[in-house]
Structures are given as C-alpha cells and as structure tokens.
Design a protein around this ligand. Sequence first.
Ligand SMILES: [Zn+2]
Ligand SMILES: [Zn+2]
Length: 476
Amino acid sequence: MQLVIATWYSGPSVATLFRLCPLFCMRFRNLTRRREIGANCYLLESGDQRVVLDSGMHPKLAGHAATPDFGPLPDHSANAIFITHAHHDHIGSLPLLQRQQEETPVLMTEVTGELSNAMLHNSVNVMTKQREEENIHEYPLFTHRELDGIRRNWIYRDIDRAFTVPDTEWEATMFDAGHILGSTGVLIREGSSTLFYTGDVNFEHQTICRAADFPTSGIDVLIMESTRGEHARPEGHSRKGEKERLASVIRDTHDAGGAVLIPVFALGKTQEVMMMLHELHEEGLVPECPIFMGGLSTKITVLYDHYASRSRRSYPGFRILEDIKMLTPRKRGRTELTANARCLYTLSSGMMTEHTASNQFAWKFLDNPRNAICFVGYTDPESPGYKIRTAKEGDMIKLARDLPPVPLRCRVESFDLSAHATREQLAEYAEKVKPKKILLVHGEEPAQNWFINRFRDTLPATEIIRPDTHQAVELW
Ligand SMILES: [Zn+2]
Ligand SMILES: [Zn+2]
C-alpha cells in the first residue's frame, strides 16, 4: 500500500506543499534597529518564501550601527530584494545584504538601479575619507570592486507591470511614488491577499517628478511611510507660493549685490531646484545669473538627463545640463568655490553636514549681510544646517570641528518644498484604501502618534501597528 501511494504521488514537492499550507501566514519583520527614519529594511516571510523591502543605511550613525539588523534573515534564504528608490536610507546597506544573499535577485526600476550605482560608489569614497579623518576602522563597509560584482543580480522592472517574484507564488507590481526619479511603491499579492509598501511617496507634482500614481483599492495591508506626521502644513501653503517667495529672495539678494546659497541633497532636490530656477527665470521672476552645482549633484544630474525621455516625469526630453543656460560648468581641478556677487550656488549636502561642499562654502559666506541662504528641505536638529536655520543674527556658528566659528550676518530663509507627502495627504490616501491593517514605518514616534490618533476616528475598523525591531507581525 505504501508503495502504491509513493508511485501515485507525483504532485507538488514537499516545499511547495509547505508554501500552499494555510497554516503558514504572511509575516512582516522590521529589520531596522529602532523605530525611526534610518536604515530602512523590512522582511516579508511566508513558509519558506522571503522578500526583503529596501536595505538602507542610517544617515546619522557610523559603522555597523548605521546598518539594519539582518538577524532574523538566514543567509542565502531570500527569494528577492526590492529597492524602492536610490536614497541612502533605502540602499546604503544593499552591498552588505547582497553579501549574505549572494544569488538573490534585486528588483527595481532601471532609473533606481543606475542612480543606486552612482550613490553607492560615492558612499565608498565618503566612507574611505571618514576612515582617514574620523578613524572609523571598519570603513569602507564595501568596495568599488564589490559594487561592480553585485550588479549582475540587479534586475530592472517597469512600473505598472505585474511579474512573478522569482521562485515564489507571489506576484508583484511597482507603482510610481513621485518622490524622486525612479521611485516606486511595491504591491505584493499572495493568493487573494495583497499588501502595498509605499516607500517614500509624494502625492503632489514637483517640478520634475509627477505625483504618485498609486493603487487605491484591493489592498489588505498598507505599509506606509510616516515622515511628516509631526508637521501640519500651514494654512494657505502651496508649492507655487513657496516658489514665488524663493524668487523674491533671489531678486532681493541680486539687487543688493549678494550671492544665494541653496543647500540641497545631491539626488532629487538638486534637480528639482535646478528645474524650478529655470522655470522662474523663464517666467521673468529670477534675473539672469550664473548657477553653480556641486560634484556628486552633477553626476546624478547626468542620469536625470539620460532618462529625460524614458521616465514618467514632467518636461520629458529636457536636459538640465544642456538646456539650462545659466548653469555654469565648474573648471576642472578647481576644488574650492568662492561666493561671487549675483551668483547662485546649489551645493550638497542639504543639511550642510561637515566636510560637504555647502558646509565648506558657508564658512566664507555667512558673515556677509548681502548674502542669503535658502533652505529647501529637511535639516536634522543636530546638523549645521539646523543650527543656522534656528540661529539669530549675530550668533556665532561653528560649522565644523576644524573651522573657527563665524558670525551669522546673512539672510536665512526656509521653504517647504518637501519631496514627501504631507501627513494629511498620506492619511487621506490610507482612508481611501481602507486596509485591514496599516503598518507605520519610516517615521519618528510623535509622527506615528499623529496617524494613530487620526485613524482612531477615520479608520476605526483598521488595525494600526508600529512594528518594533524584529517583532513578527502577522499580515494574513
Ligand atoms: Zn527618499
Ligand atoms: Zn527615506
């Protein structure tokens, strides 16, 4: 009798039965070391199938403390890694994850792949410098050569097209997230159950990136970023209003014979601001003046231009480096930029972190009352940018350990041109989706509390979860 069964049984393998067994549920685990915006990395597991969502690096921490804690993920066990976009807090530790998951395919859009390649090579350079200057012996955590090797497992997928996650019964689709070029949210379907991970999202048009194009129905579980939960958008605020205010500061400074510094992130914000300056000039709101850009920003802008006609964006075909006539190429070999009257400097980093172009440039810039600094993005409370933003005129600013403090005499203005959705827009999106469960990620605790309070009234039937490190959350 036993023999008969063995002969007759030629159906699914034990592994497949294991997968089909209803006893195995879909589980989520947070692989970040704490609840905050840092080394974003999340694990989905069902039976023996595993998918990792993003693999970031904490922007403020150093060494292994800045990486995710991959603990619950056995080596060589992941079926796929999804990368939503090329910001450091979503890709910074990808080479380390790929070292442990050697043959695992990494799925993302082509734009994200090419931007990630440039960003990760830059990371090696930054870490090598930090090893010398800050004595962080474990740096660099990976090398240029290793980066060239791991690319063989990067697989590019188009947005809005469903595909099977390799070696699983799961189906996935990536949707445009409107955050930076190539950014996506990821939908994963297992049988009749569906989850959607927003990644970083913007529901409004920026200058280049178009608003997110996300699904709004048939989602059981929503894994949602919560970056801006602490900030209410002021009454009457609009991107157009902010843009015009920026133009008036540039005009005033130009008329006074000063220079304008706009500290920007190399990826995303640089290109958005550059395009905005071009628009403002075309509208006659900003006078003709030379614009300077920093090193990494130029490399990233080359990629934005390369995909000008092959990505979902505004101004298709427009090439920033060729078509913006005010953009002034920097002379080769000239390392230090000095502020000239009636010039615009868009330099990274956005937070004016030590050893970056905007930080070094500011030292000879802050004490001139004719000049103006315009902040257009987030600055961490511990960053030099935040110090300047919150200082009073005449305060002494210490920009870097090796630089003496300088008095703040220039004009300082801040603009809300965030690449993240407002908390109200995120909440309205979730309320349209009406999922059974919402997992709040990518946000500080007070930010997440705002969503919890709001959803208590607007989504009473939805379970709201703030997943702790490694906590297993049953999704279905
Ligand atoms: Zn981002
Ligand atoms: Zn992020």
